[in-house]
Design a protein around this ligand. Sequence first.
Ligand code: GRG
Length: 305
Amino acid sequence: MSDINSMLKNKIAEAENVIFSYLPKVEGYQKTCLDAMEYSVHSPGKRIRPILMMETYRMFGGKGKVIEPFMTALECIHSYSLVHDDLPAMDNDDYRRGQLTTHKKYGESMGILAGDALLNYAYEVAASAFELVLQDGEDENGANPYNVAKAMQILGKKAGIYGMVGGQVVDVENEGKPIDLETLDFIYSLKTGALLECAMMIGAVLADASEKDVMIMEQIASKVGIAFQIQDDILDITSTTEVLGKPVGSDEKNRKETYAAKVGIENAQKEVEQLTNEAITLLDGLNYNNEFLRALLIWMIHREK
Ligand code: GRG
């Protein structure tokens, strides 16, 4: 475990180097919003999504820079979702990642605008990948405009109404209501799973993996996403504010019936193990191998924050 922890620390630094270098400069009349965007992305997250993307790309033999704008885009989308999720109209949280939430630091209007700007910037930066492949032509990794276009489509779909936003819609509509396991599964698959699917599918597509392998990556990420969300529910009940860097008991506060609360912590933990084992079996069945990626998927279910 300590090995994966130190490897993960290096991967986080690597991902942050890429992401931070693509962020817009904090200058000009709209400086306050740019500052709020930077504050939101720079705050200490685990960078799971860009790391999953980068490592999937590498597993399928990707070596180029075309992955970088997409790693940045996905982290910008993830950051915007957290900024908007913390707003008074949503979860109304004051702390995230051990520091003030963006709207608490910059005000509610700027919180909304910084989230909007991050979402738009994500597509602006992702589209810059076309320039990379058009300049260099098709490289030995198969990065070509067709694959970049496919990656853009995946980004839009998995972040939008058929992905993360769609999951959030059903989540919000069901607050305070009894919810069946099928609906919970739909929410978890979209709200949390979709961005992980996005990460692993884009990594595979940009490395020119076969359609079948891209589909397998989607299935792996979907299982990991649901397990990740159940683990999030468990931590919301069993962890502390100090460890999580955000308030615990927030699901109960927001009258959200979670999987862990519904079936009990022990059963929820079993489900997390089961889903992760299924994901690892699928990963091991591929003709490609990335030991770090495999270890990371296992780490994600044992994480403490
Ligand atoms: C507001 C459109 C909109 C969507 C919000 C993603 C989301 C939907 C809400 C955020 C809150 C939440 C519990 C989401 C579920 C996914 C999840 C566990 C997010 C936290 O991801 P981590 O653990 O966070 O990767 P860090 O801080 O490490 O980046």
